[in-house]
Design a protein around this ligand. Sequence first.
Ligand code: CMX
Length: 437
Amino acid sequence: MATLKETLLKKIQEHRPRTTRLVKEFGDVKIGEVTIAQAIGGARGVKCLVTDISYLDPMEGIRFRGMTIPETFEALPKVPGSEYPYVEGFWYLLLTGDVPTDAQVQEVVEDWKARAQVPEYVFDVLRTMPRDTHPMTMFSAAILAMQRESVFAKKYAEGISKMDYWDPMYEDCSTLMARLPQIAAYIYRMKYKGDTPIAPDPDLDMGGNFAHMMGIDKPYDDVARMYFILHSDHESGNVSAHTTHLVASALSDAYYSLSAGINGLAGPLHGLANQEVLRWTQDFMKKLGGEVPTKEGLEKALWDTLNSGQVIPGYGHAVLRKTDPRYTAQREFCLKTPGLKDYPLFQLVSMIFEVAPDVLQQHGKAKNPWPNVDAQSGVIQWYYGVTEYDFYTVLFGVGRALGVLANITWDRALGYAIERPKSVTTDMLEEAAGIKK
Ligand code: CMX
């Protein structure tokens, strides 16, 4: 049986001629145009990135390697006694496009275990930081601290061939994936649980081990598996994926690149929105002083937020134009989980789902009035005892690493160029618009 790395090499060798041919023979074919609004407005909709790991359709939502979220959960081998698949098997799928066999999944499980030992100095770095440091800052710093271990940086300095860049990149990405769960759980237990880190259990898979190190009982292991897979990839144009890709395009290694991507994820318009949703709902509930909210009261609170010039966190999207299927997958988890279904916070989030899209439509600004992934994820964490909502984006970050690291491995395999779009001046735009002589 071929290992993941051997399978990946075969896929890379099959794929390379496609990319080479497109550039050499069809390089002049146009796939879109750029308008002034796009140049000023964050390059929205400009087609200038290529990835085969996932694709985001505005109406359908995400497909991982061609599969919808339900198809992905259905297809991948499950952890025994669990309803959700191995995260390790999902990594295999993202990298190769193939659904792995049980044996192939076990091979990744064993490989990650062999790489999982987090160096002691990483904990020292974390412990040196003031405890009120945001956990995303800690997470990013821990990743960056490990840069000295980069196999890619070492091999590059030795003068490795371009054709082989993908190999040490794969090594670094696999090592990062193996270590991130423990780093995240360590930050959580150090910062919020009286500095009581829990050692990893070498007998568990990634999701199970993460739940164990967080100190949370079943079915939190399934929550972790679901959560990491759902948050993994959303094609390569979002801020965290694009930043990771951009930094890696300078041949910076995976540690530099992922740390940068995590910093982008920490923005409130991106991953931090999941903590903002909980902050918003908790503030709202506090104001009600324990009373059950009415739809009218909720509508007023949403309008107050909009009228004060703030966004409604968890709603809207740069690409999607319907309810995010990642929201739906988490909502379905809540609906089928006894206790969660009737949980007041879940009911409030469901009520927001009933009220907010109308309010946003009347407000008339957001192109997409529907909820995104962040509107639902905090409720599940809160229910299982993770009430420290500024930690939620770290969970997002562990999941997001799967997609962005698979992407940069392929970036190096296909020799994608250093990224360098062209700027123009405002004068030039006015000339193009015909309003300046
Ligand atoms: N509440 C209020 N206003 C919103 C809004 C929301 N949820 N979503 C969009 N708008 C506003 C924008 O701020 C913008 O206003 P201006 O014209 O005054 O600048 C206008 O509607 C048009 O924006 P858009 O084209 O619909 O959305 P963008 O592509 O520019 O931005 C996003 C997308 C996600 C940043 C935006 O919808 C938003 O701020 N949502 C709330 C934050 C959030 O949930 N982010 C998480 C997204 C998922 C993730 O990355 O994790």
